[in-house]
Each structure stands twice: as structure tokens, then as C-alpha cells.
Design a protein. Structure first.
Length: 212
């Protein structure tokens, strides 16, 4: 296959999943050789096996990194610190896309970003929303689930001082009733304790904000 023909097939795609694109092709080995050649001459960017991006010169669609996070490992959703940034719960930008998955954990480092996947059991894979940007779908935990995932997966002993160190902000975005409801679904005493302390902390800081 010539690159021009390949380009006609994929130019409108933000992320190229070759396993799907070339399903049923008689000689997939020859396609893999061409893909490797196109990567070497800078026409393609390899993210992982069977997943590529067109180089910037050939792209018709701007890439959306949260969508790439969803494609690199399925199923997964963005959570923890990166979700805090997305919802404005912390003031700083987070360079790593931390995601939650029911599959094996691991890290994928690509030319367009670093993606870290944390394992969670299937019964806790919920509490995320579907977001679409330029027809690219991403999955991102809501503020409440992101906080609970953070303390559950890191096994941290939460204190008021620790919450101060997190520099939490925009407390109005955290639904306190939902936070407790979600924590109860974890069926984990440590997570429920964390949720109650977060609720107390947020309530106190909301009062301070009103006084100011």
C-alpha cells in the first residue's frame, strides 16, 4: 500500500488503530513493514503496538490527549491527580495522565504524553463521565470519584494537614452528598473515613470563603 492510499483511509482519524483498520487484509505482515518504514521517515508516530498517530504535517484533526489515554488501554478512565486538574480542584498542572483500569497496571510513555494506568477491581469501575472534544471521546472521573480513587489506590491515611498539602480549591465542585454515597459503595472503612474527613474539611473551608 502506498502512503497516499493509507492517508486517504486515516486522515480524518485522530488516532489510528491498525488492528481494526486492516482487519481482513490478506497480508498484514507487509502492512506492518510499511508502518515501521513510515515511522522511521517521520510520517507516523507509534504510540504502542497497532496504535499510531499521523505526524503533525499530515494530521487533519488536532489530537486530544485524554482520548489517547482511553485508546491506549481499554477500558480506562482518567482519575486521581489528572482528574483533579481537569476539574480545577488543584491549582497546578499535572504532567502525567493517571488512569484507572480493570486491566493490568503499567505506564506507557509516548511522544505525546506519559500515561500511567492503575488497576482497580471491576466492581469499582464507575463514577466517570464521557467527554467529547473534536469527536474524540474521553472518560474522566467526576470530582468525588477521583478523590476516592486517590485515597483508595494510594492507601493513604488522610488528615486535615494532608488535605492542606493537596491545596484543594473550588470546593463548590465537590458534591458532598455524592461523595459519601460513593464512599459507601466502596465498602471500605478507610475510604468512608476519608470521605467524612473531606466533607468536614470542605464544609469548613466553604464557611471561610463566605466570611471572606
Amino acid at each position: 500500500m502506498k502512503f497516499e492510499e493509507f492517508l486517504k483511509r486515516v486522515r480524518g482519524l485522530p488516532v489510528i488503530e491498525t488492528e481494526i483498520l486492516f482487519a481482513g487484509i490478506n497480508n498484514p505482515a507487509s502492512i506492518k513493514v510499511q508502518l515501521s518504514r513510515w515511522c522511521k521517515n517521520g510520517k507516523l508516530i507509534k504510540l504502542k503496538n497497532n496504535i499510531y498517530l499521523l505526524s503533525e504535517n499530515f494530521r487533519k484533526v488536532d489530537i486530544y490527549e485524554p482520548h489517547i489515554a482511553a485508546v491506549l488501554k481499554k477500558p480506562s478512565y482518567i482519575s486521581l491527580e489528572k482528574a483533579f486538574e481537569y476539574h480545577g480542584l488543584i491549582p497546578e498542572a499535572v504532567p502525567v495522565y493517571t488512569c484507572v483500569t480493570t486491566k493490568r497496571p503499567g505506564e506507557i510513555i509516548t511522544p505525546v504524553g506519559r500515561f500511567n494506568y492503575r488497576h482497580i477491581k471491576t466492581g469499582l469501575f464507575w463514577g466517570y463521565d464521557s467527554i467529547a472534544v473534536n469527536k474524540q471521546t474521553a472518560f474522566i472521573a467526576g470530582p468525588e470519584k477521583a478523590l476516592l480513587d486517590f485515597f483508595y489506590l494510594n492507601g493513604l491515611q488522610i488528615t486535615g494537614d494532608y488535605l492542606d498539602e493537596m491545596r484543594l480549591q473550588n470546593f463548590h465542585k465537590i458534591g458532598l452528598g455524592k461523595l459519601i454515597e460513593f464512599a459507601q459503595k466502596f465498602e471500605n472503612s478507610g475510604v468512608l473515613k476519608a470521605a467524612r474527613l473531606i466533607k468536614q474539611y470542605v464544609t469548613e473551608h466553604k464557611k471561610e470563603e463566605k466570611r471572606l
